[in-house]
Design a protein around this ligand. Structure first.
Ligand code: 57M
Length: 358
């Protein structure tokens, strides 16, 4: 809004030129979203407590018993503060910003549907896996239509570390893109099982993606770093910054010991939008590195279930996803969380090294 209202005044008062700069607006968006979530958090948590929107806790991991009744659906704090911050600081004529917001809100709605139905049903049972999956695929298909409708769209995959290697998926890019978003959404959901475990690596991934998005939208940087240029995409940096601010604000309350969980409304929207950002920045494969922690958590479930069926009852891990394995081995929750964060920071740095190592 400030961009649209105030930059026209720059001809008379040069000070308003500052609203043109992506860097300035991104910082402001981050701080605004952070402050809003910290301000609304306590009221929202108290309101959820009054409504008795507490989390059902499984009996299998004893250490979690004390978490019973912790309010869930904290993802709504993030989506609210992100929305207000975007309204203030983004260029509201940017189609890319609206499309990215649609993906975030669309996946969020599927998650909210699940969260709300869990409240009304017995023992944490939300909507059916089929309904959840269909909702995710629907949102992802619309997102793919946004991408493929763009004249600057490319169905090529850029192979990290090899500047001349590309792989054209052609029409297969459509199912591939849907897969990236839906898998990412579910992977963040699986990871969201300890305080701050999902939001920390999500903030790191958003930070890395914001750098790639900024470069993709800047003709000089894109050319210099051999990244495909997409005019106008740079504005999504403001979205990423607001997302990071909202995530940090949520972490304020979700940090161990958590006062609130993000719920599916948080995990599905975060995962879905991170996948979309990777497609937008044409960093689909690099995203596998940035989100390596989410990949590892998902793989642990696939391996565990596969091995269990194959051997007729044996397990590789004490329990999947991976964080439960460490919990059951007696590693304290806060240690697992911080170690997973450190791993995700390392993976983020590794992904960024792709920029120059070609
Ligand atoms: C949701 N939800 C958390 C909270 C959060 C196929 C199978 C691997 C699926 C998996 C599963 O259901 N995963 C998806 C995980 C739950 O958190 C809520 O859910 C939202 C995210 N969707 O925002 O609202 C619990 O996680 C804990 N939590 C925190 N802090 C947080 O900030 O402590 C969450 C956020 C909360 C709280 O205790 O109640 C969850 O884990 O349920 N299923 C599992 O992960 C189960 N694993 C399992 O059955 N493994 C088997 C096979 C199937 C692979 C095996 O290894 O043999 C475990 N889930 C739990 N206990 N809770 C089993 C043990």
């Amino acid at each position: 809004m400030f961009y649209n209202l105030l930059t026209p005044l720059a001809a008379e008062w040069t000070v308003f030129n500052v609203f043109r700069y992506l860097s300035f607006r991104s910082m402001a968006a981050l701080i605004t979203a952070l402050v809003i979530s910290i301000l609304v958090g306590p009221r929202f948590i108290a309101w959820l407590r009054r409504l008795k929107c507490g989390q059902y806790i499984h009996e299998d991991v004893a250490a979690h018993a004390s978490k019973a009744g912790t309010p869930t659906m904290g993802g709504l704090i993030m989506i609210f503060s992100l929305s207000v911050s975007l309204l203030l600081w983004a260029d509201l004529t940017s189609i890319y910003v609206w499309q990215t917001f649609f993906v975030c809100a669309g996946f969020g709605l599927v998650g909210l549907w699940d969260d709300l139905s869990k409240l009304h049903r017995h023992k944490n049972r939300g909507i059916s896996a089929k309904a959840k999956f269909s909702g995710q695929i629907l949102v992802a298909l619309v997102a793919m239509w946004f991408l493929m409708d763009n004249p600057a769209y490319s169905s090529k995959l850029f192979i990290p570390f090899f500047k001349d290697w590309t792989f054209d998926l052609g029409w297969l890019y459509l199912p591939f893109g849907v897969f990236v978003m839906v898998a990412s959404s579910n992977a963040v959901n699986l990871t969201d099982g300890l305080d701050g475990l999902a939001i920390g690596p999500s903030i790191v991934a958003a930070l890395v993606m914001s750098i790639f998005i900024y470069i993709t939208g800047n003709v000089r940087f894109a050319d210099y770093l051999l990244v495909p240029y997409m005019p106008g995409v740079g504005e999504v940096t403001v979205f990423c910054a607001a997302f990071i601010g909202a995530g940090l604000g949520f972490l304020w309350f979700n940090a161990y010991p958590a006062q609130i969980f993000m719920g599916d409304v948080g995990s599905l929207s975060i995962g879905g939008v991170l996948g979309y950002l990777a497609l937008l920045a044409k960093q689909e494969l690099v995203f596998g590195v940035v989100g390596g922690l989410f990949v590892a958590e998902t793989l642990s479930v696939i391996l565990q279930v596969g091995y269990f069926r194959w051997t007729g009852g044996k397990r590789i891990f004490r329990m999947a996803p991976l964080h439960h394995h460490f919990e059951l081995k007696g590693v304290p929750e806060s240690k697992i969380i911080i170690r997973f964060w450190i791993t995700s920071i390392l993976l983020g740095l590794l992904a960024l090294s792709v920029l120059k190592l070609r």
